[in-house]
Design a protein around this ligand. Structure first.
Ligand SMILES: [Zn+2]
Length: 329
């Protein structure tokens, strides 16, 4: 059974992390940057564990140096993602990788990505929106310019603020300034938590950063009281099962808590995170969820509806995408 044709919504991707390896190799060759060490002999990305993954990711990002590089990246990613039926996608974009946190530079990069999103929508039928992201392991001070860039450019392509990177760097409260700044600008919020930091990190993130969505959040499965709180507060989890298996946040697909989270009443969604790094696609995620938990087309349709309802886009965009989720007649 193939689920490639089902129209899909994914909320948790990192733009640079979606870069096809061939695209990064092409940029590296153009710019004469030697990053051959980050690839396997077969041409995929090569890393040992989560910390090494972050290093390989940042090495790949060194090839992305100009707004035009990000324009080309965005188009390459949209073509690839649309091929798996994705009709709406949110992606984390970082001012740290786009002009080093400088607002004027960020606006140039953002214009390039936003233009590419418009072009990609016309060419490939996929709508892309960006969530401006602080990089946690760069520290709380480095996240402040990212939050300022987010607040200054909120609207249109930019629909939210979030935080990615090494989850075990500091505690959520250390980053409250940036989240407060974005919230005061009216931005919806999400934060990676509970991929590595367990239930306590999820609980602190909800308490101290007051987010509407949690990136991953799988550690919450160990705390029934927290699960009730997540349900009561209507917090949505951006679950990335294939990413969790490859990075060994869980031992294997069978022990992944996504089905138990859903059974507990938690609103779960499914995303690919950094698909070429984790050898996945949205079609492959559906396929593995079908094989592991028996989820079928009706389950995926419900998941996509949940994801669209939790999307940070404006309601006009949501209504437009909703039409595309309706089954073909
Ligand atoms: Zn992520």
């Amino acid at each position: 059974m193939s689920f490639q044709h089902i129209p899909k919504v994914e909320l948790h991707t990192h733009l640079e992390g979606c870069a096809p390896p061939d695209f990064i190799r092409m940029l590296a060759a153009e710019k004469k940057i030697d990053i051959s060490g980050i690839f396997t002999p077969q041409g995929g990305y090569d890393f040992r564990d989560f910390d090494h993954f972050l290093k390989v990711y940042e090495a790949a990002c060194t090839t992305l140096q100009t707004p035009d590089d990000f324009r080309r990246l965005t188009l390459a990613v949209l073509e690839e993602t649309a091929a798996h039926g994705v009709v709406y996608m949110e992606t984390f974009v970082s001012p740290d990788f786009c002009g080093g946190g400088d607002l004027a530079a960020w606006k140039d990069y953002l214009a390039a990505m936003s233009d590419a999103a418009d072009e990609g929508e016309a060419r490939f039928g996929i709508t892309l929106r960006g969530i401006v992201t602080g990089i946690r392991h760069f520290g709380p001070e480095a996240c402040k310019p990212a939050a300022r860039c987010a607040a200054e450019t909120f609207g249109g392509f930019v629909v939210g603020y979030g935080m990615a990177g090494g989850e075990m760097a500091g505690r959520p409260a250390d980053y409250a300034y940036s989240f407060d700044l974005a919230r005061e600008a009216g931005m919806p919020l999400t934060c990676h938590a509970g991929e590595w930091g367990g239930a306590a990190m999820v609980a602190e993130t909800i308490r101290d950063l007051k987010v509407a969505r949690i990136g991953h959040g799988i550690g919450a499965i160990d705390d029934p009281a927290l699960l009730r709180e997540i349900v009561e507060k209507d917090i949505v989890l951006e679950v990335c099962p294939g990413s969790n298996v490859v990075l060994k946040a869980v031992p294997d697909w069978a022990s992944h808590p996504i089905a138990r989270l859903r059974d507990a009443g938690v609103k779960v969604t499914v995303s690919t995170d950094d698909p070429p790094f984790f050898h996945t696609t949205m079609s492959a995620e559906c396929d593995m969820l079908h094989r592991t938990f028996g989820w079928d087309e009706a389950d995926f349709t419900a998941l996509n509806q949940t994801a669209l309802a939790a999307a940070f886009c404006d309601d006009a965009t949501r209504a437009r995408v909703a039409k595309r989720l309706e089954p073909a007649r």
